[in-house]
Ligand binder design. Sequence first.
Ligand code: UD1
Ligand code: UDP
Length: 359
Amino acid sequence: MQKVVTIVGARPQFVKASALSRALQQVGIPEVLVHTGQHFDDNMADVFFREMEIPEPAYNLGVHSLSHGAMTGRMTEEIEKVLLAEKPSAVVVYGDTNSTLAGALAAVKLHIPVAHVEAGLRSFNLKMPEEINRILTDRISTWLFCPTETSVANLRDEGFDRFPSEIFLAGDVMYDVALHYSRLSARKSGIMKQLRLHGRPFALVTLHRQENTDDRERFIGIIGALNALSHETDIVLPLHPRTQKVLAEAGIRLNFLPIDPVGYFDMVELLKNCTFVMSDSGGVQKEAFFFRKHCLVLRDETEWTELTELGYNFIVGADQQKIVERAHEMAGLRRSFAETPYGDGKAALKIAEILQNHA
Ligand code: UD1
Ligand code: UDP
């Protein structure tokens, strides 16, 4: 492998790239990082480049805040120019955002093989933009790096064995990231002191999915539950800009003060110290488990079915009463968190070594 171009753009991709970029360096594969610009606030993007071992982007395409079609189209056009100039042996994409699909689409049309990290996940809900992005990206990728056995099974069920792609059960690079940075976070983060959280129980919440923010009934249900629970426990909610905008536009009030999005070290400290998690985020659902916390999933389904099947996470949807009731049950749970459905913490190295031996 002479050189890879990696496409990132949204917060979860910076986090994931931090593991694989390090592993690519370890095996000696040169990497050119392209930031589409999808996320652009300092606390949604730059902070991750400062804190984590991600190479400086060689290109920032500055594409953001557009409709799905416009964003994906504009990114595809700009990524194509970069690929024509850089002529990489492969393109690496992560997850399921518009940046992911644009990167895969630009590459495959130029006959450049695509490595999809976090392949095979399915919610089976085509109303989610992420579901469309991941199905299409999987179909046009050459190497499908699956995080879980379920994701491998999903691809096999869809007939991927007949396609000219290779499926690998690599493990989850987010587990690698959590293990690596959890060793550093206590020294690097000041969030517990800053928010005066020491010795105080609190629930950690994240909320940003379009299916929740853009559906008034669901949004009101979830905010209603958080407001009700805030009378009983502190709630720490690093507010995603999408959610902040919807709250302001809809004139919906929180009974407690949210905080701005935080960097990864702060997030790890919050995960380590909270009593439980409530989230509609893909990544945070798993990080709750990595830091031995139960999570109420504020969605109607999940791609990370291992954790609901093992009894760590609970799908509660957007119904106020159900969320409040399940939150009350969280305190009584005593589970081991001993299973390892996401691999051994060396997923990124496995992926880098496979890439090194191909192409
Ligand atoms: C995107 C991904 C979603 C992922 C999430 C991670 C798609 C379709 N969605 O959703 O899968 O879970 O990122 O966080 O790709 N904004 C800012 N500042 C920023 C970033 C965003 O103000 O730094 C605003 C944008 O202007 C826009 C809104 O937030 O109004 C949504 O941003 P967008 O990138 O379209 O989607 P996300 O909801 O962030
Ligand atoms: N995250 C963070 N600060 C925050 C909220 C999230 O560092 O204020 C991290 C989180 O720990 C995880 C990643 O961002 O590693 C997940 O991103 P997000 O929830 O935005 O996207 P999703 O995983 O749902 O695609």
